[in-house]
Design a protein around this ligand. Structure first.
Ligand code: COA
Length: 318
């Protein structure tokens, strides 16, 4: 994983917009987030990949594919996956970027597992990385307090033991959510012009209240549905690994699943919403703290722009 050094505290936001630490903490659970001052998403992702390569004694040439979940690619093209491939020396890999906003990691994880299951690949690198500060309007108090920058990576490997790894999933998209959370400018619909810049169309727009309602229901319902489908109770699940958008959404999902608070991974207080990076960031932190063990059942769960949402049941394999 990689998070930049620069910390934006709630006190900082008190100094730039009309807000308070108390409002941000109680409404979102966020205390701090990180900002990458120089560089782009590929820098966050490359540093995360390098961290994984070092800690897992992985040879870059062994990587068969690289999937990068992001909504803040360095450029429209080439894909961020290409930029990372070159920098880490994954000379035998192919790869691509995947756009599913806050569900990006979950969708990329599923795509990576499918590559492994096809039997054609042995090692797939799945990275969630976003430089959200690049598309955040720091005059908009509704949104600017929410987002931060980070990158985190996991390695999917082939195993003969089918009781390990991805066991089941439910993933969904619903384009009727397109008007509630988006970035309008810069694409083929609204190519960049002076007007798109003046109208702030290159920033995140979010109807927070509307998204909050569907996110609470979507994430809690899909996580519960996945448990029911697999005959699991709260006792069977070691951890919920929820997308970190808002503490109240995280708590509601954990409660619906019948999980005690300590079984719900959270680091939103330190990093805010880092979009595609939140779930792998939680996984890496909890794994390195010795909290996740081989055989633990994890439910990964996310909700994001699109709308996109879903949950995956995973048995931790190392
Ligand atoms: N500081 C102080 N007040 C703020 C504020 C801030 N940073 N941002 C908004 N407010 C105000 C609003 O203007 C509103 O004032 P009003 O009632 O006078 O209009 C009031 O606080 C309440 O706003 P509301 O939208 O009801 O708050 P909320 O409880 O919905 O919380 C969010 C706002 C953005 C934190 C919440 O809606 C949310 O988390 N939404 C979903 C985010 C999300 O999950 N996004 C990504 C999907 S993955």
């Amino acid at each position: 994983m990689y998070v930049p050094d620069k910390v934006l505290t709630n006190a900082y936001f008190e100094s730039i917009v009309d807000t308070t630490d108390e409002w941000i903490t109680t409404r979102t659970g966020i205390k701090e987030r990180r900002m990458l001052e120089n560089g782009a998403t590929s820098d966050l992702a490359t540093k995360a990949a390098e961290d994984l390569i070092k800690n897992h004694n992985l040879k870059p040439e062994e990587i068969d594919a690289i999937i990068v979940a992001t909504v803040t690619p360095d450029m429209f093209f080439p894909a961020t996956a290409c930029l990372i491939q070159e920098r880490i020396g994954a000379v035998n890999a192919w790869g691509f970027d995947l756009s599913a906003a806050c569900s990006g990691f979950l969708f990329a994880f599923q795509a990576g597992c499918s590559l492994i299951e096809s039997g054609q690949y042995k090692k797939v690198l799945v990275i969630g990385a976003d430089k959200m500060t690049a598309i955040t309007d720091y005059t908009d108090r509704n949104n600017c307090i929410l987002f931060g920058d980070a990158g985190a990576a996991i390695l999917l490997e082939r195993s003969e033991d089918l009781s390990l790894g991805l066991q089941d999933f439910i993933l969904r998209i619903d384009g009727s959510g397109k008007d509630k959370l988006y970035m309008l400018g810069g694409g083929s619909l609204n190519p960049p012009t002076k007007e798109t810049v003046d109208k702030k169309m290159h920033y995140i727009y979010q109807d927070g209240k509307a998204v909050f309602k569907v996110a609470v229901k979507g994430m809690a319902d899909v996580s519960y549905e996945l448990m029911q489908k697999n005959g699991l109770t709260g006792d069977d699940v070691a951890f919920l690994v929820p997308h970190q958008a808002n503490m109240r959404i995280i708590d509601a999902t954990g409660e619906r699943m019948g999980l005690s608070r300590e079984k719900v991974m959270r680091n939103i207080d330190k990093y805010g919403n880092t979009t595609a990076a939140t779930i792998p960031l939680c996984l890496v932190e909890y794994y390195r703290d010795g909290k996740i063990k081989k055989g633990d059942k994890l439910v990964l769960s996310a909700f994001g722009a699109g709308y996109t949402w879903g949950a995956s049941l995973v048995v931790w394999a190392i």
